[in-house]
Write a protein of this length. Sequence first.
Length: 330
Amino acid sequence: MKHKRIVAVGLAMAMLFSMTACSGGSDTDAEKTEGNAQEETGGDEEGYFLGYSVGDYKVILQAETGNRFEDICEEKNIEYAVKDAQGDSSTQLDDVNALIAMGIDGLLISPVDGQACAPAVEAAAEADIPVAVVLRDMPSVQDLYVTFSGTDDIELGELGAQGLVDAMGESGKIVYISGTPGLSTAEDRTTGFHNIIDQYDGIEIIAEQACDYNRAKAMETMEAILQANSEIDAVWCANDEMAGGVVQAIDAAGRTDEILVGGANLQSDGYQRLLDGTQAWDVTTPPMMLDNALDAILTVLDGGTVEKRINAELDIVTKDNAADFEYQVY
């Protein structure tokens, strides 16, 4: 009978296990070097052994997909291992090679960078291991993975812009806070945003800044934009982390009643801002995309076929319909 192998993630977890490892065996030196801790529990039935390489657990959406992966594998009595690349592409390549060496039957990967991490998919394919890509696409190796499960980020950007128009109207001065340059999610959301906004002659983009999906950077950037512009009607941020920083800057400047703010991903603090009125709209990014990727891998391992792309359904969320989407909050 097999046992579930859980490779816990993050330096904090590694430190915790190293301090409290007074029972049940110790970590290997290699695992300590990687900053991972391992624990074993009894499995109820024999099954597949799956690996998930998460790009960065500090990214809330990626962390939630990791949590869902573990929960589903536990429910299905599937043996599994999880690795956290901590935002580093080289580490992610090493992680995937380690998972392959552990003997996984299938791989899920949420890449740090779709291009830089392409060799990880190539290595898995060389080992005849089916791969499902989660959240961020890897178009250069799309012939090698079995499915991409995520969002159409051009559509997401279009919905973000449409939410702005719905909230503000067809004229006004706006700011766009975008994600990390070069990432497919950021580039596609920007394309979608302009697809809609550029149709309105009455809407003027007075500032467009990349803030790397980072709350602190968005707050600092927005502070400078506020100082330089006495009139701003609305801001759309390409994720809720940046929206949180923008809301903080606007509140500190005493201009909350003047400026509408929107976000994306519907994470818990963004959802709360919708409810309390400090954020006017959001766009869903369902973490259940992980469920679809995992199901696809199991289907392929069982000899079935799956769709090459599985895009999650996206919606604009406001205070008025927020309750309908609470199940997607993370």
